[in-house]
Design a protein around this ligand. Structure first.
Ligand code: FPP
Length: 253
């Protein structure tokens, strides 16, 4: 997460290196079919599998997905339990293949509050894929952008108190290294499905210069074609990172 906007520009001008997705619409997808919401979440896992498979073929190196937010605990207990179970079954069914295909799995978000079996599966997935670097799958689970920033601030303050960090300068890159996303570059493209147009507490710090693409497709229907369309939209955007377009620099001379 420590790249400056200018560095991001040079690396992302070729494509969307880091894509982050708010996988929205599982409940509505199921409701429209007269089925319980949990069926929508299960179909959402299949969409996730299709998307993980397609992403590297579209030039994506990092894929971050919002699997469970710090606010999702307010859903009915049965739905929370289904989402916990789906993370577990996804890892159990796909970890060997992800490991074989060179995918490194990162789970970001608050560990406190998760049951021991979920903590074990997270630790197992991260440990088994630690040496991989062909593709990075980052799952935000029990994640909230504000909580992540607040917890980073606390860790930073503790390091200052212990003399391990200084308050002499404002160092955005140093602060970014305290976030749970520290291992990843900033997202180039953030996608939200289902037609909603909000960030909903996802990657608040990291989204500073991300392009946002909102797609009307419900998450369970997502796959290679929709991802490819989002990336095409991203490529049509003019990313200036607070500066001016290079053509405008030439024109003003
Ligand atoms: C939003 O749809 C989706 C979620 C809250 C969870 C996303 C989870 C999955 C795609 C499956 C699980 C995958 C992992 C890795 C845990 P919604 O329920 O808010 O849909 P709605 O807005 O139509 O009600």
């Amino acid at each position: 997460m420590s790249r400056t906007p200018a560095e991001s520009l040079s690396s992302s001008s070729h494509g969307a290196r880091h894509v982050a997705i708010i996988m929205d619409g599982n409940g509505r997808w199921a409701k429209r079919r007269g089925m319980p919401r949990t069926v929508g979440h299960r179909a959402g896992v299949n969409a996730l599998k299709r998307t993980v498979e397609a992403a590297p073929t579209l030039g994506v190196e990092w894929l971050t997905v919002f699997g469970f937010s710090t606010e999702n605990w307010s859903r009915p207990a049965s739905e929370v339990s289904e989402l916990m179970g789906l993370l577990k079954s996804y890892v159990q069914s796909d970890l060997a293949r992800l490991e074989r295909e060179g995918v490194r799995v990162h789970i970001i978000g608050r560990r406190h509050g998760l049951a021991q079996d979920i903590l074990d599966i997270i630790q197992h997935a991260e440990a088994r894929t630690r040496d991989n670097d062909r593709f990075h799958l980052q799952v935000a689970f029990n994640y909230g952008g504000r909580a992540d920033i607040a917890e980073a601030a606390l860790r930073y303050a503790r390091d200052v108190a212990a003399g391990r960090a200084s308050t002499d300068v404002t160092d955005e890159a140093l602060f970014g290294s305290y976030l749970s996303t520290a291992a990843s570059p900033p997202p180039d493209l953030i996608i939200r499905t289902s037609g909603e147009r909000r960030l909903s507490n996802f990657l608040l710090w990291e989204a500073a210069y991300a392009e946002l693409v909102f797609q009307d497709v419900m998450w369970p229907d997502y796959g290679p074609d929709a991802l490819s369309a989002a990336i095409a939209e991203f490529k049509s955007r003019d990313r200036r990172f607070g500066g001016v377009d290079s053509n405008d620099v030439l024109a003003s001379r």
